[in-house]
Design a protein around this ligand. Sequence first.
Ligand SMILES: CC(=O)N[C@@H](CCC[C@H](N)C(=O)O)C(=O)O
Length: 371
Amino acid sequence: MDLITIRRELHMIPEIGFQEFKTQQYLLEKIRSLPQDRLEIAQWKTGVAVKVIGQNATKLIAWRTDIDGLPIAENTGLPYSSAHEGFMHACGHDIHMANALGLLDRLIKNPIQQDVLIIFQPAEERPGGALPFREWLKTERPDLWPDEIYAMHIAPDLPVGTVATKPGLLFANTSELFIDLHGKGGHAAFPHLTEDMAVAGASLLMQLQTIVSRNINPMDSAVLTVGKFTAGTVQNVIAEHARLEGTIRTLNNESMLKMKQRIEAICKAVETGANCRVSIDYGASYREVENDAELAEMFLDFAEETDGITAVRADAAMTGEDFGYFTEQISGMMFWAGVASEFGLHHAKLDPDEKILEFMPDFIHRFFSEV
Ligand SMILES: CC(=O)N[C@@H](CCC[C@H](N)C(=O)O)C(=O)O
């Protein structure tokens, strides 16, 4: 399998959550082009699950990759840039998928003792495919319910060949945040006859920034980011609508609830103060990724003993990952894998080093041979 070509072909067809129709077809074609005698293929929505029968299995190990892209206009200038205008694999899911296909190929050519389930999961970025995928496995395909589950995420800030993880909490508890403000707009020259949602929205945005600094225990950690703020329509019309779109991230559910209580209280105050209607939608929420301590230590030990791999103990990060819904019910672990890109995750110039595909599938294959 030429994983670089596969990665580039997938890179050209990024699709957002639950719209991964071409991606699914592409994956199925590649999977069906492999020898089928050890394989069982199942489809769930735009995702795929492939079981590779082991030699003498005592358990089922799962490897999960995400498959969706982001609504980001690519600006890498690469010859294999996204052919879907306004969309990009800016979080490395193209690398994740190519790596998973490489692992599948190796498991077929060189079977290990255990059965392995490769999960190609849609909608990691939003609205979250892991929870419904997990529930589908549990209720519809209990024969595919894994005993252990593993995943990796590319890390632009780490050199190629470095893997990083830790026991326990790795990724944050996250919730999206969408706030709409509606009030009376009007002519730019007559502000006294309006309520001006641009001003109300800007004030709300600033007040939200006090939550982390004033309401969260300084020994705890939290993030509230408003990534998009829109208001109004024209330069000389006072806005009747403003919208804030963001994300909240905490280390645990208790702080998440506290953040939400404060957001609601501040929104109520803005409603009264600016004489407008404010509505809040929390969108998709992801449970934190909690690595099984024993599996994470075992992985780090294995990585340390592998030539060409540098193992690093990672810090927990405020990134979100719906893989946390798998680790909530299945012993598992996730790790970062270096791809040395000058530009980071979710950046229009993200350019992961494809050299990772030269060794990562073999590395995971060897690790799976030992677990
Ligand atoms: C690894 C990574 O970058 N994950 C995304 C997950 C999206 C979470 C969700 N859409 C949200 O914004 O809360 C991330 O942004 O961390």
